[in-house]
Design a protein around this ligand. Structure first.
Ligand SMILES: Nc1ncnc2c1ncn2[C@@H]1O[C@H](COP(=O)(O)OP(=O)(O)OP(=O)(O)O)[C@@H](O)[C@H]1O
Ligand SMILES: [Mg+2]
Length: 249
């Protein structure tokens, strides 16, 4: 479903990603882990076509998007939802308008007001929010904003969802709700998910596959069990959250 094939990314003259290869099959939850600044968000941006690789290919559902025109890219993006690291809601729009945004913009398939209402309600409920439709982003807590961002990403029931740290800043109860939702979308609807996360426990629990990035490259990838028994000292230190090891700064 998603393939990064020997991808390099240079931004402002700096090499951000180096020879990154990843294969994520349909209906898998794949988690990308790694230190702050190692290139996780950049990897998701490549998958969305928001950045283009300087070398290598990005293939989404069989289509190479690495050099695609904006118009074709938009049709690929229609099957994808992205939950941004910092909610990225439209401040001047209400929660209802934020979540309904993609539904209102559909040209081919027009939805009735009732259908949109029902979808907005259903997606908000799925992320554990109710009765907030009329509020504006500034009236919500950070964790609530994040979950509204998630409801917006899920509004069109995308086949692929990219989550940038979906549970950071959430309390443990809400974080588990989100983890369960990601798993449910996979098990019920075969949704393919890529999750950027720092939460080792949750990643081990929900992922079919984990990739660890370090300094812009993949240093380990495999099942949660394989990652847990990886011999690389960087991986061991990260997974164990240890202060002693090769990671110093
Ligand atoms: N548009 C840009 N132009 C130049 N450099 C960028 C740009 N976007 C990101 N970078 C750099 O790329 C590197 C990776 O950034 P990225 O946001 O992918 O990291 P990350 O792994 O998501 O970090 P975090 O865990 O802190 O969110 C950083 O060194 C950052 O400064
Ligand atoms: Mg990031």
């Amino acid at each position: 479903m998603i393939e990064l094939d020997h991808v390099h990314l240079t931004l402002a003259g700096r090499e951000i990603l180096r020879d990154v290869s990843l294969v994520i099959d349909k209906g898998e939850v794949a988690t990308i882990m790694g230190l702050s600044g190692c290139g996780k968000t950049s990897t998701l941006r490549l998958m969305m076509g928001l950045a283009q690789p300087t070398q290598g290919r990005v293939v989404i559902a069989g289509q190479d998007i690495s050099a695609m025109r904006e118009r074709d890219l938009n049709s690929v993006r229609r099957q994808m939802g992205m939950v941004f690291q910092y909610a990225a809601l439209f401040d001047s729009l209400s929660v209802w308008e934020n979540v309904a945004f993609g539904l209102l913009r559909q040209r081919k398939k027009k939805f009735t007001r009732d259908q949109i209402d029902a979808t907005v309600h259903e997606k908000l409920e799925a992320v554990g929010l109710e009765g907030v439709e009329k509020l504006f982003p500034a009236e919500l807590s950070g964790g609530m904003q994040k979950r509204v961002g998630m409801a917006r990403a899920l509004a069109l029931s995308p086949q692929i969802v990219l989550y940038d740290e979906p549970t950071s800043g959430l309390d443990p109860v809400r974080a588990t709700t989100i983890d369960d939702l990601i798993v449910q979308l996979r098990d019920r609807f075969g949704v393919t998910s890529v999750v950027v996360s720092h939460d080792v426990q949750s990643a081990m629990r929900i992922s079919n596959k984990i990739a660890m990035l370090y300094n812009g490259t993949v240093i380990a990838s495999g099942t949660p069990e394989e990652i847990q028994s990886d011999a690389n000292p960087v991986v061991k230190q990260f997974i164990g959250g240890l202060s002693d090891g090769p990671i110093t700064d």
